[in-house]
Design a protein around this ligand. Sequence first.
Ligand code: GRF
Length: 321
Amino acid sequence: MTDKARIAVFISGAGTNMAALVYASRIEGCPYDVALVASNDPDAPGLALAAAEGIATFAQSHKGLTREAHDAAMEAAVIAAGAEYIVLAGYMRILSDGFVERWAGRMLNIHPSLLPLYKGLDTHARALEAGDSHAGTSVHLVTPELDAGEVLAQLAVPIVPGDTPESLANRVKFAEHQLYPRAVADYVGRWRDPAALLQRVRALALALPETDERESHGSPGFRVGGEKAGKFFAYFADQHHGTPHIACLVRTGSMDELLNLVESQPDIYYKPAYYGASGWVGIILNRPGVDWDEVAQWLQRSWRNVAPKRLTRLMDAADAF
Ligand code: GRF
């Protein structure tokens, strides 16, 4: 685990979930820091707590602004705070599609129901009305459709005799305060954990025919072609030579291709020390939103570059059609 992920928390009200996120971040080993608490309501009580905790705050009323203009003001504060993730905690604004798309895979929300049940408002009243045995809470990724993104974690909470929407809401909040910090930590942590990333690269690399793993200069490397004549088609590099990157190195077709990738998509690709000189590119893995299908395709291409003819002949034939 390297440095901590920086999160911005958006609130509109009491901010009890924000407080839970803040105090969890103060416990040793938490993989995130709260870099900003922002609100569309300058009087949101949570802002005072955040300020008292020494956390940067930002408030901009949405009144009189278009949705896009308000989102842009909030986003500018997030960027100024250097936050990499936005964590919505009782933020009572629908966000514009453009904003949601820009933060795809980097924005989470907590919703007081067991999604996909009861999207939207008045969840507790609806669960009571339906005679459900349990209510609950869900942490999910934010997508343009309301409360419909991938669910990352859930906790069920029983409904007890005599419950009102208020009593149920309070009980659900106890569960939320446990669930949200854990779900955020797991989510931001998984992009930074070298062991988890290596495991994923290893699974993809070793799924290709006639491959084995062998250490090379202290890094895990993946070869094709058998014990004796095997050639490397991938390496796993964990922050080598002063880079902050955890990466998978694969062979490109040419130096031009390598330089082009690095120049056009510097968030994804870099030219690694030593290997770069022979046309290897680094695919950065310690970032949110890694497209693992793309990593798999790169591995396959790199494998094919050096695999013995007897393994690639069929593919070459298929390509010729
Ligand atoms: C929580 O119940 C959350 O699920 C919902 O809004 C409420 C926010 O409460 N999205 P608080 O401001 O964190 O106390």
